[in-house]
Write a protein that binds this ligand. Structure first.
Ligand SMILES: *[C@@H]1O[C@H](CO)[C@@H](O)[C@H](O)[C@H]1NC(C)=O
Ligand SMILES: *[C@@H]1O[C@H](CO)[C@@H](O)[C@H](O)[C@H]1NC(C)=O
Ligand SMILES: *[C@@H]1O[C@H](CO)[C@@H](O)[C@H](O)[C@H]1NC(C)=O
Ligand SMILES: *[C@@H]1O[C@H](CO)[C@@H](O)[C@H](O)[C@H]1NC(C)=O
Ligand SMILES: *[C@@H]1O[C@H](CO)[C@@H](O)[C@H](O)[C@H]1NC(C)=O
Ligand SMILES: *[C@@H]1O[C@H](CO)[C@@H](O)[C@H](O)[C@H]1NC(C)=O
Ligand SMILES: *[C@@H]1O[C@H](CO)[C@@H](O)[C@H](O)[C@H]1NC(C)=O
Ligand SMILES: *[C@@H]1O[C@H](CO)[C@@H](O)[C@H](O)[C@H]1NC(C)=O
Ligand SMILES: *[C@@H]1O[C@H](CO)[C@@H](O)[C@H](O)[C@H]1NC(C)=O
Ligand SMILES: *[C@@H]1O[C@H](CO)[C@@H](O)[C@H](O)[C@H]1NC(C)=O
Ligand SMILES: *[C@@H]1O[C@H](CO)[C@@H](O)[C@H](O)[C@H]1NC(C)=O
Ligand SMILES: *[C@@H]1O[C@H](CO)[C@@H](O)[C@H](O)[C@H]1NC(C)=O
Length: 316
């Protein structure tokens, strides 16, 4: 009997010590609390890790002036105009299920469906290529981002091994999911993230999960005593008690599907979908979500691909 009681108390002590940080953090709820875990993703210098294509560009293209422009999405740029690189453009086009990502004028991204290059001519003469696609990307000078009137074009499919897009969804469904967020009372908006590892917009605790969902992040932040939960690039979750709301972007700038539930949106590259984490508590008894999961860096080994054949091809 005593032995059992001892065992019980040992277990209790063990359990309490395991969860002590959680309890301490719950107690601190409401107070700004800046204990930080390792932030998800690696840093390059003090910049956040960016995404890089594993394939070379298809080439340097120019519009055949006698034809109607066949690329979609007129101009996508990052908010500050200084982050554009092939990874950002390819992910943006992948999120909207396009086939081609075309970079132009050093800072601009356009996307095309499978007819996207029909009105474009690929340059083959190396002198012409160097004269036309001669601008480095504003976000990373290791890459060429077209020229004033020319385009460095990448295939989207299989391009970025660390990023996956759902294969069971049409662009219309995706647009509906994104636009429905305006009716989600938990949702506070899409916000610009800092490119500096040490200056995250939500600068409390964070984690990265291969099965990240919105409620997982809300639960994680709520249980760690934070009022706001922000999701980024599908799998990362950041928490804080305040943030700078002047960096609000438009709703469609957050276009990454959550890796754990493709019917939800989890930010994008260097953009955060920010939610009010107190809704986690308000509408659920699902405490299991608070503990599950692993903390740390998660690698996705799947290339960008759409396993179920044809991709939907309309712009939003
Ligand atoms: C790190 O980032 C800060 C801005 O937060 C910048 O001022 C500084 O120069 C950076 N340091 C390095 C080594 O890149
Ligand atoms: C432009 O398109 C027209 C019509 O299809 C074609 O005749 C012409 O050869 C094209 N020019 C180039 C440079 O591809
Ligand atoms: C790129 O080429 C254009 C002409 O095609 C030229 O006007 C411009 O100065 C060049 N830019 C650079 C950075 O070489
Ligand atoms: C720029 O791109 C190169 C080549 O992919 C990469 O090695 C480097 O880390 C990138 N720089 C940043 C700041 O991401
Ligand atoms: C969007 O909201 C409408 C109305 O609330 C709902 O009927 C529809 O299923 C939602 N769409 C998605 C993709 O969640
Ligand atoms: C975290 O961000 C807030 C603004 O949202 C700022 O007041 C605070 O100083 C930041 N804390 C750290 C440790 O950077
Ligand atoms: C796509 O499949 C995932 C599971 O693989 C599911 O969670 C999601 O709801 C599905 N989305 C649609 C639009 O069917
Ligand atoms: C995925 O997200 C949708 C939209 O929030 C939700 O209705 C659905 O229950 C979620 N699925 C799972 C398995 O959590
Ligand atoms: C977050 O939600 C709670 C209710 O759950 C509400 O009292 C609070 O005002 C909300 N905060 C914001 C910033 O919307
Ligand atoms: C949560 O659990 C409590 C106690 O078991 C119950 O009274 C309450 O209705 C539950 N709330 C929800 C939203 O299920
Ligand atoms: C996510 O994966 C972890 C580790 O496998 C698991 O413990 C957790 O229950 C999962 N969470 C969800 C919401 O599926
Ligand atoms: C592909 O893009 C072209 C040019 O914008 C457009 O005319 C065409 O309708 C698109 N095709 C599909 C299937 O969306």
């Amino acid at each position: 009997m005593q032995k059992r009681l001892m065992a019980f108390f040992t277990l209790l002590v063990l359990l309490i010590s395991l969860f002590t940080p959680t309890f301490a953090e719950i107690k601190s709820h409401g107070i700004t609390f800046n204990k930080r875990l390792n932030e998800p993703g690696q840093c390059v210098g003090n910049l956040t890790r960016r995404n890089h294509p594993t394939n070379n560009p298809l080439g340097c293209y120019i519009l055949n002036a006698t034809l109607a422009d066949s690329l979609d999405i007129k101009e996508y740029r990052d908010q500050d105009g200084n982050l554009m690189d092939p990874g950002l453009c390819i992910i943006h086009c992948a999120d909207y299920f396009y086939n081609f990502a075309a970079l132009t004028n050093s800072n601009t991204c356009r996307c095309g469906n499978k007819t996207g290059l029909d009105a474009y001519t690929k340059l083959t003469d190396s002198t012409l290529i160097n004269q036309n696609c001669n601008l480095t990307c504003v976000g990373n000078s290791s890459y060429i981002c077209g020229g004033k009137n020319s385009f460095t074009v990448y295939n989207v499919l299989n391009s970025i091994p660390s990023y996956t897009v759902p294969n069971n969804m049409s662009i219309n469904q995706k647009s509906e999911i994104i636009n429905n967020l305006s009716k989600d009372s938990r949702y506070l908006g899409c916000f610009k993230e800092s490119q500096y590892c040490n200056q995250r917009v939500l600068n409390g605790t964070s984690r990265d999960l291969f099965n990240m969902t919105v409620s997982n992040c809300l639960g994680f932040c709520w249980n760690n005593g934070f009022a706001y939960a922000g999701l980024e690039i599908g799998s990362q979750c950041f928490c804080a008690n305040n943030f700078d709301s002047i960096s609000r972007l438009s709703i469609e700038d957050c276009s990454s599907s959550c890796v754990g539930n493709s019917s939800e949106i989890c930010g994008g590259p260097l953009v955060l979908s920010i939610y009010n984490s107190s809704y986690y508590n308000a509408n659920s008894n699902n405490t299991n979500l608070s503990i599950g999961g692993i903390v740390g860096i998660v690698c996705h080994d799947e290339p960008i691909q759409h396993l179920n054949g044809e991709k939907p091809e309309k712009p939003i």
